[in-house]
Write a protein that binds this ligand. Structure first.
Ligand code: HEM
Length: 423
């Protein structure tokens, strides 16, 4: 495998696909085999398969130091489903849409501070926007002092594990040295500070709930109050792990997707003009939604999902033993010419002409592991991009596309999505 996968990940995958077809094997480490597939039938087999035989949690174990072992991302089997059901409620329908005003308000404040007539990469600002949005949606706090008390320790911890430093954080499990300057020690201190505020907040909200306090509709309060079919609530430690999961899973991914969308539309003035015309007509957001979908198709933030076989399985042309990791490639599936004619062209109209099948457009994965925040992320992208289009008039200095850089598990614009704003 080697440097090609690290430095030019997309052309590496394109080359493997061109040389080997819809199934090929990578060995990212001596003891780890990844069977990659771009075959829609195999991807359907994975997403509809028995979750007891296809574990996802095991593959995420590197995230355990930050998320904790009670995170939905790390669990499998019955416990995974139990947590997943409890977590789903705050992301349903009206509950979720209630966050739209917060999303706009946060975006407006940040975008107002963008430099005018100087090229800059939008990714850091998008990270700040999405972090503030998820913190506010989770905690339901607007008072700035209270937000700072809760948000700062979490911000510091998340900052330590954000790419590119995240690479370092992920390696922490392997190299837990404890000297005064060791990164593990600093990480452990930041985590302890974040855990302290979360546990204080859990205690306060439980007390409030027991006393029949105000009916809050933020994600945190809903999770504290949630009960499974047997009437069991999440324990304090489980709550802590799930809150951390939502913060980690929810902000970097969406920030990267927003940056790619701006990178793509500013390189396509015709698309930008169409977006402006839709916005000034006031007639909905169908085209903007198609732009978001087309960006997530051509520039998926998470390039693949992974499942570990718990039993031998026939997968496409191969009989695989237990223990092998199979990886539906989101990136390669989205570039199939039989599903998307002229696949490398950025053409949002294709989503207005035809709705792709369930296993043909999978930026959020699928089956019982499909991203819990998919609806939240799509709403957030729509709201933030509407603000950018109306308040910042983005454009590009060059039509040249930005290449893709690996940032931990995500594929991001190599230069952070460079744009110019201002009339
Ligand atoms: C554009 C933004 C996002 C992208 C591209 C994305 C992508 C993904 C992907 C590919 C998975 C794995 C699915 C699988 O294994 O089949 C996932 C899982 C997950 N995502 Fe997202 N995500 C995004 C935003 C969010 C947000 C905003 C949240 C929370 C607020 C979130 C929470 C989660 C959680 C909790 C899981 C684990 C689900 C499970 O294991 O049952 N994500 N996401």
């Amino acid at each position: 495998m080697g440097v090609g996968f690290l430095l030019t990940p997309t052309s590496f995958l394109d080359d493997c696909h061109a040389d080997c077809g819809d199934y090929f094997t990578l060995r990212p480490a001596r003891d780890r085999t990844l069977v990659i597939t771009a075959d829609p039938a195999a991807i359907k087999q994975v997403f509809t398969g028995d979750p007891a035989l296809l574990h996802a949690g095991a593959g995420n174990v590197v995230l355990a130091p930050i998320l904790g072992s009670g995170s939905v991302l790390l669990l499998d089997g019955r416990e995974h489903l139990r947590h997943r059901r409890l977590l789903l409620a705050p992301f349903r329908g009206e509950r979720m849409r209630a966050h739209a005003d917060t999303m706009r308000e946060v975006a407006e404040r940040h975008v107002a501070g963008w430099p005018r007539d100087r090229r800059f990469g939008v990714l850091p600002s998008m990270q700040a926007i999405t972090l503030e949005i998820i913190l506010r949606a989770v905690f339901g706090v607007t008072d700035p002092a209270q937000m700072a008390r809760l948000g700062e320790p979490l911000r510091q911890l998340l900052d330590m594990v954000s790419p590119p430093r995240r690479v370092l954080a992920l390696g922490l499990t392997a190299t837990r040295t404890t000297g005064p300057l060791s990164p593990w020690r600093r990480f452990a201190a930041a985590r302890a500070a974040a855990d302290r505020v979360i546990h204080e907040e859990i205690t306060a909200r439980r007390r409030e709930l027991d006393a029949g306090g105000p009916d809050r509709d933020d994600i945190f309060s809903m999770l504290v109050a949630a009960r499974d079919d047997d009437g069991r609530a999440l324990t304090d430690d489980e709550l802590r792990d799930e809150l951390m999961t939502l913060l980690v899973a929810g902000h970097e991914t969406t920030a990267t997707a927003l940056s790619w969308t701006l990178e793509r539309v500013t390189r396509h003035p015709d698309v930008l003009a169409q977006l402006r015309s839709e916005q000034s007509s006031g007639e909905g957001t169908a085209y903007l939604d198609a732009v978001i979908k087309e960006t997530l198709r051509l520039r998926p933030v998470v390039p693949a999902v992974v499942r570990q076989l718990q039993q031998p399985m026939t997968f496409g042309p191969w009989d695989l033993p237990a223990g092998v990791n199979i990886a539906p490639s989101i990136y390669l599936l989205h570039r199939r010419a039989d599903l998307y004619p002229d696949p490398t062209a950025f053409r949002p109209e294709r989503f207005l002409e035809r709705t792709p099948g369930t296993y043909e457009w999978i930026p959020f994965g699928g089956g019982v592991r499909r991203c819990l925040g998919a609806g939240f992320a799509l709403l957030e992208m729509r709201e933030v991009l509407s603000v950018v289009l109306s308040d910042a008039a983005p454009r590009a200095q060059t039509a040249r596309p930005e290449s893709t850089a690996r940032r931990a598990i995500t594929f991001a614009p190599a230069r952070g999505g460079k744009v110019l704003v201002g009339a």
